[in-house]
Write a protein that binds this ligand. Structure first.
Ligand SMILES: [Zn+2]
Length: 735
């Protein structure tokens, strides 16, 4: 709130206000309203605005008012009464206010959201992008829809996300390259909330629905644009409401069939397509675990890969020149996708897992041009590319490097399987997509063309050392998502950083083993990235804690999500890993160090489910070493409060250090200073002894609590100096 408004509490005088609600708000407001003499003038002035604003709340209000729809085919058309009944607990209020200082902004109360209070603003940023800046979003104390303790006073509707589950998708798709698809998606659903008449789904705004059927009978639907600037809209999605002919019964199973068509594929170059750049290709309710059965018909000269296992297709009538393939998920997965192109295929293996790489001989049309000198591609990851004599002016060919990309992924599968338990699927496919971003979906990785470059090709593009290192870790990062993000999901937007932070850190653990110096450079780069001030003099670290998730992406901080989720998120896992290792008396290393042991537990307990930040920390806090217990409490709340839910990059210093020889050792007294940090920040600081001619030796981890913390430790004989964190394992400010 203070970041966007300069105030800790929203207090703003407004000149005009627009209210939209679904309950008795009008009755409450009426005593404070006065009648206007010039009614027509008022209507003329505002009708257009109101009409523009109406669509934003339409779907939410439909959820409420559809409950009053007459029941199709019923004898009398008496409305279902729940919506009129105030005790239903379904409350929605949207206030759009014209503030005198802050401009136009919104305040929402929505009982169907877990975080029912929200305030924010649509903002056009200097970079030309439109953002919806969320100023605040929270569940009011004592009224959380999540709390289950105590007798229910008012029966509240379930949060929208829990009203129904879709547990099985059967999607038959005809793909007409380069852009079009024609699909029939059958969704098997279970209803959890009674009385519902409108079910909401997300779908790409580039798709048009022809029909929706409920258990075989046509039903009505509405396809509405998402609110501009919101995360949904940025992803290219709309909202679709399906109207049930009669109120839903809890526990009842239904089947919905959507028929739709549209241009949801993007063509970036010859034979190089990307599904997903234009929103979601099948109707869904966000990332939720479900089984998928996908069938595709497509021209014979194209290769198609999808999530799931390739199985024999059902007998089908095909058009001339068409082929068909079918893919079923091997276990419930949170998302399903496909890609097709004019690929060359490379196959490698990792234990029992097949790794297939699909790349084209082209990069996208807008790929930076470079005159390539490389002719002979490396056959393995470790082999250095050989430079040929001739100079060939051309774009790089991802297909030539697909072998080494596949091997990087295979190597990552081995590394992560050893540590976090077996790879969850029977095979992994990597497919090339245009653009700089990659995505690791269950069993199917969409890999940026840039990740297919070899070192020499990257050199041609003048990538700096760190960027080069990062590009090389991308196959491992996306492979790590097979465990973190795909197999173990995240609970809410506040926990999404777990997926990025963990996948990224796991990829860097591999880098650290092979190239410790390279690892340090990457980590230092993240540290600097967090502190680097933009033109307005603000640095990404100020965008907020990792737990703000996609809210970090805002008009103030267009790069905030990246810097915090990846940069700070990666650092938080490095801090956790290092302190668990230091404090562990048994000092096992490699596969059995405490960090990987805990992650193995996380996988066992949460596979196929979603995990919250608190739940993850609880696993890390099991058998917590005394050194890491703040105020003797057996938990990591201090790390959660100060580091995960905080934004600090403190400066750590030693003061008043005294060394006294005593017996066979040295007694050390001193004070640790924490500067530029919140007064209640707690940090576990490793203190090392310097003995001439030896490596720094860890004495202990000391809890620094606030500004000054004194300590007393015993050090080996001949210790002549002590230092804190010589290996830079704490996310402190740049020295
Ligand atoms: Zn990622």
């Amino acid at each position: 709130m203070s970041l966007f408004t300069g105030m800790a509490i929203l207090e703003e005088r407004f000149e005009t206000a627009y209210f939209r609600f679904n309950d008795a708000a009008a009755t409450e407001l009426r005593p404070d309203l006065r009648s206007l003499p010039e009614k027509q003038e008022f209507l003329d002035r505002w009708t257009g605005t109101v009409r523009n604003l109406a669509s934003g709340d339409a779907m939410r209000l439909l959820t409420t008012f559809s409950r009053m729809l007459p029941i199709a085919g019923a004898q009398n058309d008496r409305a279902n009464s729940t919506a009129e009944d105030e005790s239903s607990g379904d409350h929605f209020l949207h206030a759009r206010l014209q503030g005198s200082k802050l401009g136009v902004f919104d305040v929402y109360y929505d009982s169907m959201n877990v975080e029912s209070v929200q305030a924010g603003q649509l903002k056009h940023a200097e970079n030309g992008e439109t953002y919806y800046d969320v100023w605040t979003s929270f569940a009011p104390l004592g009224r959380s829809t999540l709390s289950s303790s105590g007798p229910p006073q008012v029966q509240k509707p379930a949060p929208a996300e829990n009203q129904i589950t879709v547990d099985h998708y059967h999607i038959a798709t005809e793909v007409i390259p380069p852009k079009q698809i024609r699909s029939t998606a059958r969704l098997e659903c279970e209803i959890h909330e009674g009385g519902l008449r409108a079910l909401l789904f997300e779908l790409s705004r580039y798709l048009q629905i022809q029909s929706v059927k409920l258990n075989g009978n046509a039903v009505e639907f509405i396809h509405n644009p998402a609110l501009e600037g919101t995360q949904l809209s940025r992803q290219g999605n709309d909202v679709v409401a399906v109207i049930l002919p009669e109120p839903a019964t809890p526990g009842k199973r239904i089947e919905l069939e959507f028929e739709y068509t549209g241009e949801v594929l993007a063509e970036a170059g010859p034979g190089l397509l990307y599904v997903g750049a234009r929103g979601t290709w099948y109707p869904n309710r966000g990332m939720r675990m479900a089984n998928f059965d996908l069938e595709f018909r497509y021209p014979q000269d194209w290769t198609l890969v999808a999530t799931g296992k390739s199985v024999a297709p059902e007998p089908a009538s095909l058009n001339a020149g068409q082929q068909v393939s079918r893919w079923t998920s091997e276990r419930p997965i949170p998302v399903a996708g496909f890609n097709l192109g004019k690929y060359r295929e490379a196959t490698t293996r990792s234990g029992g897992i097949t790794v297939e790489t699909y790349a084209t001989q082209n990069v996208e049309k807008d790929f930076p041009s470079a005159h390539m000198q490389v002719i002979t591609p490396p056959r393995t990851v470790s082999e250095i590319p050989r430079l040929a004599e001739v100079i060939v002016p051309s774009h790089p060919s991802p297909a030539q490097n697909s072998g080494s990309v596949g091997e990087s992924a295979a190597e990552a599968i081995q590394y992560f399987s050893d540590r976090f338990g077996p790879f969850p699927y029977s095979h992994l496919a990597l497919t090339q997509i245009p653009g700089r971003e990659s995505q690791g979906w269950p069993g199917l990785i969409f890999l940026s063309s840039y990740a297919f470059l070899n070192d020499a090709e990257r050199e041609q593009l003048h990538f700096d050392v760190v960027r080069n290192l990062m590009q090389r870790t991308i196959p491992a990062h996306e492979t790590a998502h097979q465990w973190w993000g795909d197999l173990v999901g995240w609970k809410s937007y506040r926990d999404q950083w777990l997926s990025e932070g963990l996948a990224n850190y796991c990829a860097l653990m591999m880098l650290q083993e092979k190239d410790p110096a390279g690892f340090s450079r990457v980590m230092e780069n993240y540290r600097r990235g967090l502190m680097q001030k933009n033109n307005d003099g603000v640095s990404p670290m100020e965008a907020g804690p990792v737990t703000l998730g996609t809210r970090l992406l805002s008009s103030h901080f267009p790069g905030g999500y990246e810097a915090i989720s990846y940069g700070r998120g990666t650092w938080l896992f490095h801090m956790l890993r290092t302190m668990l290792k230091d404090a562990d008396g048994t000092k096992p290393s490699g596969k059995d160090e405490p960090f990987t042991r805990a992650l193995r537990q996380v996988r066992q307990r949460y596979e196929g489910k979603a995990i919250s930040t608190e739940e993850l920390l609880a696993v890390f806090a099991e058998d917590l070493a005394p050194e890491l217990r703040f105020e003797a409490k057996n938990n990591l709340d201090w790390f959660l409060d100060g580091w995960i839910n905080g934004t600090a990059l403190p400066k750590l210093e030693l003061k008043n250090v005294k060394l006294l020889a005593k017996g066979n050792g040295v007694v050390v007294h001193g004070t640790i200073l924490q500067k530029d940090a919140p007064v209640d920040l707690v940090t576990s600081v490793p203190v090392y002894a310097i003995v001439p001619g030896r490596q720094p030796a860890l004495l202990a981890r000391v809890m620094a609590d606030g500004e000054e913390s004194s300590f007393r430790l015993t050090a080996p004989a001949r210790t002549h100096r002590i230092v804190i964190d010589p290996y830079n394992t704490i996310l402190t400010a740049v020295k």
